[in-house]
Every structure is written in structure tokens, then in C-alpha cells.
Design a protein around this ligand. Sequence first.
Ligand code: NAI
Ligand code: MG
Length: 335
Amino acid sequence: MTLKPGDGIGPAVTSAALRVLEAAGAAIEWDRQVAGLTALESDRTPLPEPTLESIRRTRVALKGPLTTPVGTGFRSVNVALRKEFDLYANVRPVRTLIPTARYQDIDLVLIRENTEGLYVGIEHYIGMGDDPKAAAESVMIVTRYGAERIVRYAFEYAIRNQRRKVTLAHKANILKFTQGLFLDVGREIAAEYRGRLEFADKIIDNTAMQLVLDPYQFDVIVTENMFGDILSDEMAGLIGGLGVAPGGNIGRDAAIFEPVHGSAPDIADQNVANPIATILAACMLLDHIGQGDAGARIRRALEDTVRAGETLTRDLGGTATTYAFAEAVIQRLKP
Ligand code: NAI
Ligand code: MG
């Protein structure tokens, strides 16, 4: 498997996660590679060829967060990786872990289209008179191919994981062509699963409100790229925030697992970052490569540690360091 520790708090949270994996007896040989700011300093490019080469070979990676400069500088390495390996499905499970979060017993999965929509990056300014930026235009791309494969992925995921319902969130009432196509395709595919899975479609703004009012009415949510970006942060908020939210970027030929949070430069080098999101991302990786037993054991030890409440990082109200938390999980892994 390829390992990219990442920038900022990345090296600390990934090495904490690795210790936990090792203690759980996961059989993984890591190929360490660099990306992001760290790679820019060592290799003069944020995404060196050996890193790409490694993922092509291993097809599975665990990645820490990468710093993306705002405005100027290189484009997002995350977006480049999704494009390079056609990682079309962004899977973000949202499950209650912290007893003190806003809601209890949340168990949702967001499946976000990861390659199309407004994020294809087709945009430009339109000049008028002496104003070169009088207007700006971005193009939203939805293809039947792209909509079909993400909706099908959501339904297959639901079947594989014994879920009960798929909700498709959209804005087909206003964006009749792009979102209309997404919804049409969604309904066609839903028909194939009738009797096996419940299906609902919901307008995106209402979905956002309903998630706060009554998240329990949802199960698996599938949506396009930008709506998914926004909903996934909202959903992480339901269970206590970024420190506990993992994600997977999945394609036909490769998969990259990572915490949802960024490199947190404000707390880098303080040894206070919460490694839970990265540990859970590593558990998703274990599920993906057929070592789900080790993943399940880690999740149980993690939940026990959090419920015991003695060893928690600062973001969860504790005083433990990144490694102290990992060590507490490892203690609970021992038979
Ligand atoms: P961020 O997620 O790094 O930080 C947001 C806030 O959450 C900060 O106050 C941070 O201290 C806190 N936080 C994040 N992870 C935490 C953890 N594990 N434990 C405790 N507290 C945690 O988002 P921000 O500040 O907007 O972005 C920082 C950099 O990360 C930027 O360069 C951004 O581009 C990059 N980024 C990279 C991502 C990736 O590689 N997948 C995702 C999001 C942002
Ligand atoms: Mg986002």
C-alpha cells in the first residue's frame, strides 16, 4: 500500500494510525511516498512521478492531509489525484463516536460524485468595456456515464453494507438540464433495485435542513460533487466535527483513503491533533483490502477508548497527545 504522510499534522496522525494498525495485526507493507508541500520542498513538485507510480502499482493508498496554497501556487493535489486515478466515488461514513456530540446514534453514509459537476474547473472571466472581470462563468458538467456510475455505486454500496435506503439529493427544479439528467438517471437505476432498497429524492436545500431537523430519516445519501462537498461537512458536524470524520476516494482501479480534515497548520508540531479520523480512514482501507476483521477490532477499541473518556485529545475536551490517544487504543486492542 502507498503511504503519504502529508503536511502539517499529517505525519503525526498517520504515524499514530500506523501504530494502531500494526498493533491490530493488519498485514500491510507500506511504500512511503511524498506529496503536497513536503514534496514541493524535496522534489520541486507537489505530486512527484514516483508517488503516482507507487499508487499505480499498489492501487491503494492512505494519505494524510496536504496543504494547498490559496489563490496562487499549485492546484489542489487532491483534485489532481482524483483526476489521475478517476476516483469517482467519495465515500464518507458519518457515525456517532463521541457521546457529547450534538446527536446520538447517527449512522449515515454520504456518497459524493467526485469528478464532474461544477468542480471540473471550466471557468473564465468575461470582460466588458474596461473591466476585464465584469462577469465570470463556471460550467457544470453532468454526463449520463458519470451519473450512472455514481448512483449505481451508491446502490451497490447500500446492498453490500446492508443499508435500507438511498436518498438522491439534487436541484432539478432549477437546474433542469444538469440536475434533471442526474435525477432521471437516478430514478432509472433506482427502478432496478425496487423491492430491495427504499429510494427517495430530495431537493438539496431541503435535504440540508432535514439533516439538522431529523437526520435519522436518512441512510445513504448520493449527490453531485459540490452539493456533496457541502453536505459532507454539515454531516461531520452532526457527529462532533472534523477530528473524527474519515473518507475514501474510490475508482475502478485505485482507492485513496484519508481524513476529511486538512493539515491544520494552527496546531502542527504541537502533538495535540486528533488521530481518530485517520485511524478510521485506515479502517476503511482495511475493509477495502479484505482485512475487515482487523478494521472491526480497531473500531471497537477506538469506541471503547472514546467512551471511557479518560484519554481524549484537546478538540474532544481532553488533554492527551496524539500518540497518547493512539497508545490508549492499542492498550484496548490487547486481548
Ligand atoms: P483544517 O481541516 O486543516 O483545519 C480546520 C480546523 O480544524 C483548525 O482549527 C484545525 O486545528 C482543526 N483540526 C483539523 N483537523 C484536526 C484534528 N485532526 N485534530 C484536532 N483539530 C483539527 O482546514 P483549513 O485550516 O481550512 O486548511 C488547512 C490546510 O489544509 C489548507 O492548506 C487546505 O488546503 C488543506 N486541506 C487539505 C485537505 C486534504 O488534503 N484532504 C482537506 C482540507 C483542507
Ligand atoms: Mg470539502
